[in-house]
Design a protein around this ligand. Sequence first.
Ligand SMILES: *[C@@H]1O[C@H](CO)[C@@H](O)[C@H](O)[C@H]1NC(C)=O
Ligand SMILES: *[C@@H]1O[C@H](CO)[C@@H](O)[C@H](O)[C@H]1NC(C)=O
Ligand SMILES: *[C@@H]1O[C@H](CO)[C@@H](O)[C@H](O)[C@H]1NC(C)=O
Ligand SMILES: *[C@@H]1O[C@H](CO)[C@@H](O)[C@H](O)[C@H]1NC(C)=O
Ligand SMILES: *[C@@H]1O[C@H](CO)[C@@H](O)[C@H](O)[C@H]1NC(C)=O
Ligand SMILES: *[C@@H]1O[C@H](CO)[C@@H](O)[C@H](O)[C@H]1NC(C)=O
Length: 484
Amino acid sequence: MGRFMEALVLASAISVIVLQFPSGVVGNSKREVGVSVVLEWTDLHDWLLCSDVRQVAGPGVEIVGALAGQIHLLDRFTSFNFTSRSSCTTESAVVAYASHRILSHYYPWAIDKFIDPLLNRHITTLKLSTSQSLLGQRIGEAVADEVASKRTTAKPFSLRAVKSTLTAASPHPTPGLYRYLNASAAGQDAMNFVLHNAALSNTFLLKDPLEFIKNHILGDVRPPKVPSPEFDRDWKALKDIGRIDWPGRTLIMNLTADFYGCQRVNSSTCSIDGKMHKVMKAILPPKATVAETVTLLAKLSVAIFDTGVVLDTLQYGFWFWRPVMAFRSGDAQHAAIPSWTPYAFTPPHPEFPSGTVINVAAAVRILELHFGDDVGAFSVPGSGVNLPSCGTAGLPEPTFNYTSLADVVHTAQLARMYAGAHWNSSVEAAAVAGRRVGEWIHEHWAQRTPTGVLPDSKYLKVVAKLPNKAGEWSPIRFESIQLK
Ligand SMILES: *[C@@H]1O[C@H](CO)[C@@H](O)[C@H](O)[C@H]1NC(C)=O
Ligand SMILES: *[C@@H]1O[C@H](CO)[C@@H](O)[C@H](O)[C@H]1NC(C)=O
Ligand SMILES: *[C@@H]1O[C@H](CO)[C@@H](O)[C@H](O)[C@H]1NC(C)=O
Ligand SMILES: *[C@@H]1O[C@H](CO)[C@@H](O)[C@H](O)[C@H]1NC(C)=O
Ligand SMILES: *[C@@H]1O[C@H](CO)[C@@H](O)[C@H](O)[C@H]1NC(C)=O
Ligand SMILES: *[C@@H]1O[C@H](CO)[C@@H](O)[C@H](O)[C@H]1NC(C)=O
């Protein structure tokens, strides 16, 4: 999936990352101050995720998940009941303190330089009174700590068992099936196989990923047989546009492939979440409220996280082969092309469906269901400069001009093909599957206590009341509420 892939690229490039978080968020000035507070914590989170030396693969997902859960809970209790003086200011203070706590928990190295200063700025900006600040801190930190302590990692797994299965496949290689990669080979082939444990993680909202896949995906979403007319179409569609040395490659094809396929300096869009946050900000109306903003952010994060679990369950279930494997080894219908080299880095795990596209499609569906299909054309400004490992090294990330939300998905589909990493049927299937997860998340939002770790129903109603006078004691209480 895109997030992991880019994290792997990041690991080799970290020495050139310059730690310089832009303070103050351009373009948020016309918004309600509380909305800006929410967006600025999201920006800091996206940026820290891109800048953290240690966040290779797993931890990044945990952080995204934890932050999502926290915002999710905040949404619940701000829209349920505060018996204290409820106001946008208090809501925003809770968001600020909870975000501060979560980020401090995951990025201790950044507390002094980045995380504390943002909180201090928000306390000033929001003109918090001492009691509002204290209330925000008590509630925000209580919820954040609970989220962090409950957020479990994946179940244990054995890479050795998976490796021996891949190596033992007979005949070897089997056309259409992924194969074990040679870690001592040269260049792009020198990759260690990666088993993403997201397939074994707890979802936020999907009750049972296997059931979801059986009921909503497997009916019409499968990779083609090899050989078959369908696979032949995939093969022909990718043979040129996916390879590094096709003379017809244009600059915009390269930049589009690199947007999802490689890493930048000074960027906060190394994850799908970060990219989708920028899309959301481009279409979020100036009159958006704090509740609307946190709900959307929470839905996006939950949709992307749960989609990741579905994705890995599919990829490590179909074990479909990558284009580079197929072109180089050939099959009954196609002669081998040993020199075929993809434009960009091919993630070292099975192919079907495309992780980038399924995540983007789920997030875009959430946005479409909120804003409507017809938001009109919009632009998402680029940020950061492409690293030496990118085909477009040294060029800035371009501004993408989208005709619609659907165009965001379409562009991601093209990006993964231009990178030479995915087949056309795989990106098309990913768009369908991601859309279905997004719809499911939207439909089941706030309707019942979700399975997985969050939210704990005891937090669905937070009762916080300031004492009437000094000396009285009024602890925060969490009351369960029944959801249908
Ligand atoms: C909030 O709680 C108070 C006291 O429990 C109750 O009187 C009020 O109706 C509740 N408001 C909402 C919107 O649920
Ligand atoms: C792996 O790559 C190395 C270096 O290119 C090569 O010598 C070796 O034969 C390869 N092993 C397999 C199993 O292909
Ligand atoms: C992918 O396939 C669809 C039809 O299934 C087709 O419309 C589209 O042009 C193909 N994309 C590419 C880049 O070949
Ligand atoms: C696109 O990238 C390829 C591979 O790096 C390069 O050879 C080609 O010149 C690039 N095309 C343009 C128009 O920049
Ligand atoms: C990254 O940002 C810093 C601070 O603004 C700047 O000094 C540096 O040149 C930037 N790096 C690149 C590669 O643009
Ligand atoms: C988007 O539009 C801007 C302004 O017209 C242009 O500079 C930029 O190149 C366009 N982006 C792409 C990816 O075509």
